[in-house]
Design a protein around this ligand. Structure first.
Ligand SMILES: [Zn+2]
Length: 146
């Protein structure tokens, strides 16, 4: 694995939510996933993550963030209440947090041109869902509010 880190930054439309995703993978090596559930399809979300990477999330005004939960309610889907942009999802388990980022919110969205892998996770139990996310999502090192 190369030693340099690439840092991808992104934000919602109004800037209330921000994200920095650090990875040693090259852009073309990053997995790109499109989940087929109705939430992800309606947002046109494309995701990436790196279990060896790091994510920082900034929230300017926590009162203007919707932490939407649905289905098994294992993760918070972060939606800006001000501009409606969907940033990505965060799972907190075992005292740690893990994130998957909606590539469409990254400055480098147009760089990540690899075809999305279509994924479907219907039928998972809550335990299976948490385990998959902990194995595949990016560790969150900081959620900075204010
Ligand atoms: Zn916003």
């Amino acid at each position: 694995m190369r030693t340099e880190t690439t840092s991808f930054s992104g934000r919602c439309h109004c800037g209330n939510l921000g994200v920095t995703f650090e990875t040693r993978l090259r852009p073309e090596q990053l997995p790109v996933r499109a989940c087929t559930c109705s939430f992800c399809r309606t947002h046109g979300a494309r995701y990436t993550s790196d279990p060896a990477g790091r994510v920082h999330i900034t929230v300017r005004d926590p009162g203007r963030v919707n932490r939407y939960r649905f289905a098994l309610k294992t993760a918070d889907f972060l939606i800006c209440r001000e501009c409606g942009v969907y940033l990505g999802a965060v799972l907190t388990a075992g005292g740690s947090s893990y994130a998957t980022i909606n590539i469409n919110t990254l400055d480098a969205a147009q760089v990540l041109t690899q075809a999305s892998a279509s994924v479907t996770y219907d039928g998972e139990t809550a335990t299976e869902r948490r385990a998959r996310r902990m194995a595949n999502w990016t560790p969150v090192v900081e959620i900075k509010e204010g």
